[in-house]
Design a protein around this ligand. Structure first.
Ligand SMILES: [Zn+2]
Ligand SMILES: [Zn+2]
Length: 243
């Protein structure tokens, strides 16, 4: 199974509590969640333990998650576009047998997963907003495109809004919105992701609403959910001030 590009002496560790990948020498505690090193697994062991599993969303989009569940890992999405295959965000486990993508577009720096290994395996281009690429959790990861503004690539439209993180960017492909963890869906309704600056998250949500509300969208792909846009949008609207 080992390819020359991935010798077993290559050091990388996966935190089983959160899914963060630590590249190089093993630290004492996870820089993302603070778990102790007895909660870490070597990347090649994780590859055998965790199966990145795909579930269709529509004809062009599928959701990727590790089975069994890998800590706090957020769902990644595969998009088959006319100009190539793309992931939006990355699984935490490395599975070298997955079908390749040309690029990985990140919403933000929280769950970069094993993107460095997929980049190497497939020569995939990594996209992350400049302000998140500069974060300490991202420094060991190679980022090919440190974008600063909205952009379009592979027919996917990227909107930099900030808020949850300074570089937070959401994506739209055809009628699908990729919003990652900007909001949580709870039993009592939608709420903002509390793991970020509250005031900025609230303020930038208005921009998200303004961009998406007049688009003909059908599906929302979140970090642990799929939702109908028609159900999701009123939830976001209800969180905005003065409504
Ligand atoms: Zn962790
Ligand atoms: Zn996040």
């Amino acid at each position: 199974m080992n390819t020359p590009e991935f010798p077993n002496h290559m050091q990388q560790w996966v935190c089983l509590q959160c899914g963060y990948n630590m590249i190089g020498e093993m630290p004492d505690i996870c820089p993302f969640c603070g778990a102790r090193h007895d909660r870490f697994m070597a990347w090649d062991e994780a590859e055998k333990t965790y199966q990145v599993t795909s579930r269709p969303v529509n004809a062009a989009v599928s959701q990727l998650l590790s089975v069994p569940r890998l800590g706090l890992e957020h769902a990644a999405y595969r998009v088959e576009t006319e100009s190539g295959a793309v992931w939006i965000d990355s699984p935490s486990a490395f599975n070298r047998t997955l079908p390749a993508v040309d690029a990985i577009l990140f919403t933000h720096h929280h769950f970069l997963g094993a993107s460095n290994q997929y980049r190497k395996l497939w020569n995939a281009q990594i996209w992350l907003h400049e302000q998140d690429a500069g974060h300490r959790l991202a420094t060991a990861f190679d980022i090919d495109h440190r974008f600063r503004d909205d952009f379009s690539a592979y027919g996917i439209q990227a909107y930099h809004v900030g808020g949850h993180t300074p570089g937070f960017t959401f994506y739209i492909y055809q009628d699908v919105l990729f919003i990652c963890d900007y909001v949580f869906l709870t039993d009592s309704g939608m709420q903002f992701n509390p793991y970020g600056p509250g005031a900025a998250t609230l303020q930038q949500a208005q921009r998200i609403f303004d961009i998406v509300s007049d688009q003909a969208l059908k599906t929302v792909c979140g970090y642990n959910y799929l939702a109908d846009f028609a159900d999701w949008l009123p939830g976001l609207k209800a969180l905005l001030p003065g409504r």
